[in-house]
Design a binder for this molecule. Structure first.
Ligand code: NAD
Length: 342
């Protein structure tokens, strides 16, 4: 099995590559190491991956390529000939999309179109790509199910992820490309992203700085621990969708198709209030947060919660890590990582 992972220097990509290297699979990474957040964190993840690989005689490396650069991407992919492509590279983040829309069009639309073309050309056995819980947009009916209508995005980030699902479906239909859209729900854990709440709150509380609490704290999120996400991806990798002959065209199910394309929620099914989330961080740090209450941000949603029955039925697994344990593991990593860097 030969696997390409894009976004390999990113949070989820790093953990996935580490797992694949430990399984001694043939894998290469792609990432442009962009400056959306601290590039030194991406370099550190890369260093860790290279060290893990060399310890097990695996010649993993990350190729510094933009997804938008079709020729370079094609040259690399055609020489490696992957059976599986896992596309995690993207311009992430909802709030940034309000002020920097073009980054989302370039990485998430143009870049993903290139991934589809290459997957088609190489006839890969399974294309897995990151979608997001953001596709549920303004929906209020929770938990979110894959069968829900997702035609009401409220940020360009969400619209780009929903577009990816539509683009992938079309390729599945036209060219028989097996493809899986993974709707991740607020992933967290060690090596996590500096632009996300857990990282920002932990850093600010340790540095005795205020934390910004949006919608006056009236938010809930279905935080999903990174190891559970990786286990889900690994299982989905070896369970590609097939063409279906019993698709109901009269009552079309938005989560599946006659074509070999499926979308899955990957979430913890256990949403937590923002106030409780902050309290657990405070307890773990043994420090008090200085909260600044702010209104709801444009593009943000008040609540997310996943229904993961479809995932459980497909791979006999669903995320399950308790939030207290997950936060504890993040904080252990954070303290250790920054102690050695300061
Ligand atoms: N972390 C979450 O909670 C979450 C939730 C829903 C969806 N997702 C999606 O999962 C994927 C991975 O997320 P993450 O949290 O690891 O984000 P991340 O930002 O840490 O990782 C993405 C990586 O992709 C790289 N990248 C971005 N644009 C690129 C381009 N045009 N060409 C090459 N490389 C590029 C970045 O340098 C980065 O290292 C993304 O598609 C994201 O939208 C994440």
């Amino acid at each position: 099995m030969r696997i390409i992972v894009t976004g390999a220097a990113g949070f989820i990509g790093y953990h996935l590559c580490k797992n694949l290297i430990k399984k001694n699979l043939e894998v290469i990474g792609i990432d442009n190491f962009n400056d959306y957040y601290d590039q030194s964190l991406k370099e550190s993840r890369n260093k860790e991956l290279v060290a893990t690989a060399s310890a097990s005689n695996n010649n993993f490396s990350i190729h510094r390529i933009d997804l938008e650069n079709f020729n370079e991407l094609k040259r690399l992919a055609y020489s490696f000939k992957p059976n599986i492509i896992i596309n995690l590279a993207a311009q992430a983040g909802v709030r940034y999309s309000i002020t920097n829309p073009s980054a989302y069009i370039q990485s998430n639309i143009v870049g993903f179109a290139n991934i589809l073309e290459i997957s088609r050309g190489l006839k890969v056995q399974n294309l897995l790509y990151a979608s997001s819980s953001s596709v549920y947009g303004g929906n209020k009916n929770i938990p979110f199910k894959e069968t829900d209508n997702v035609d009401h995005p409220i940020s360009l980030y969400a619209a780009s992820k929903k577009s990816n699902e539509l683009m992938a479906h079309t390729y599945s239909h036209l060219y028989g490309l097996p493809a899986i859209g993974m709707r991740f729900f607020t992933v967290y854990g060690p090596w996590g992203r500096p632009d996300m709440a857990l990282f920002k709150f932990t850093k600010a509380i340790i540095e005795n700085k205020p934390i910004e609490v949006f919608n006056d704290g009236k938010m809930t999120r279905d935080f999903t621990y990174i190891d559970d996400v990786i286990e889900s991806i690994i299982r989905l990798m070896s369970n590609p969708p097939q063409k279906s002959t019993n698709f109901n065209y009269q009552v079309p199910d938005p989560s599946s198709s006659w074509a070999p394309h499926h979308v899955f929620n990957i979430g913890n099914c256990d949403p937590i209030d923002l106030e409780d989330f902050i309290r657990i961080i405070e307890e773990e740090l043994n420090l008090k947060a200085n909260k600044v209450m702010l209104p709801m941000q444009p593009g943000d949603v008040a609540s997310t919660a996943s229904d993961t029955k479809k995932l459980l039925d497909w791979i006999d697994y669903k995320p399950q890590t308790n939030i207290k344990l997950g936060i504890k593991k993040f904080i252990e990593w954070y303290k250790n990582y920054y102690k050695h860097r300061n």
